[in-house]
Design a protein around this ligand. Sequence first.
Ligand code: EPZ
Length: 422
Amino acid sequence: MDSILVTGNGPLDGQIPIAGAKNACLTLMPATLLSEEPLTLTNAPRLSDIKTMTALLQSLGAEVTTLQDGQVLAMSSHDLDSHVADYDIVRKMRASILVLGPMLARDGHAVVSLPGGCAIGARPVDLHLKALEAMGAELELKEGYVHAKAPGGLKGGVVEFPLVSVGATENALMAATLAKGTTVLKNAAREPEIVDLAQCLRKMGAQIEGEGTSEITIQGVDRLHGATHPVVTDRIELGTFMLAPAICGGEVECLGGRIDLVEAFCERLDAAGVSVEETEAGLKVARKNGRVRAVDVVTEPFPGFPTDLQAQMMALMCTAEGTSVLEEKIFENRFMHAPELMRMGAKIDVHGGTATVTGVERLKGAPVMATDLRASVSLILAGLAAEGETLVNRVYHLDRGYERVEEKLGNVGARIERVQGE
Ligand code: EPZ
């Protein structure tokens, strides 16, 4: 298992290219199941999660060819020879559940393993299942698998989400494109990844209105055709790398960064004394003067502050002047980075979904353990600003969501290297 060794090394300077969004790509890829014609994605990120989704689609009989060093995914699912998404793949990546809606919509049957929980929470899929039932699906849970049927195809219906769910909105949106009649998704998620999915589905011939708002209306069509679509910029990778100059000092330009993807996050950076400037090429970030100020953070569904940037923001607050209160309102157990940051000298008090951070002048490098994707990168950010060496273990979490992180940070002056594990 590889580790990443980071040595605190002062201000950063230079440019970091931002890749296509993992969480957009993981819902765009299953969309290939909705059509017998080819779907090609460009600007795809090169991540282990994309490889997992590729393997899942191939296990169903879809063809997925990666071109241009993984940045282009040429897919086609002319005919599927399996409709079973196996536990072995699904347990590795929860997003696998996103093949359920498309398979059911296309062929009227699907068998998908329940994903099981993960480090940050139980993460049930009940909202996915209820949405499909509202479209006429018959579901049966057997030995850890969802057996879904839609004899005669799915029918349009009204889906009222009791809470905002990105994945359930995506599953329902994809299924509704081929349902007979009109489907309305109420209290739908508004994330940019859903807007990106809707735009791709529309290119494939889907009739969708309202994406990006909390009510999406879909008029089902008989079939969808192929398309080519660029994956939207990854707002979480963007926010993560914007925090590097904020925590270390210096100035970094995030190429391809779009302010509309990170407005709530930028509002907090501004309050903390970090400047963000829109340039021709992206977003230029610098600390205005000296230590950042402590600010409070509450995670919310988009357009609120993203839960996927909470761990990274906590790392910054560990070195801020003053006390910051971070409230995690999306997942029930998303502070596992806190004890690891405390090993580096951070002062953090966790009570339920609230973490109170009292900033310290300087963190101290230490061996730490990555527990989930975003926690692992928050430890790297802390290591960039800490005195001495920080060894982040179990970085397979990191490789799920960040392509070549040591190269991107190394190119702007960070002292960071990957240590091959045994
Ligand atoms: C997506 O997960 C993202 N993953 C997550 O990013 C992100 O943290 C999350 O949305 C919230 O923004 C992908 O897009 C692949 P949800 P998802 O359904 O769809 C509860 C990362 O680091 N819920 O919006 O699984 C759930 O437990 C990952 O890239 C139900 O109760 O998130 C959670 O508390 C981590 N029943 C809340 O809703 C359901 O059926 C929001 O979950 C579904 C969800």
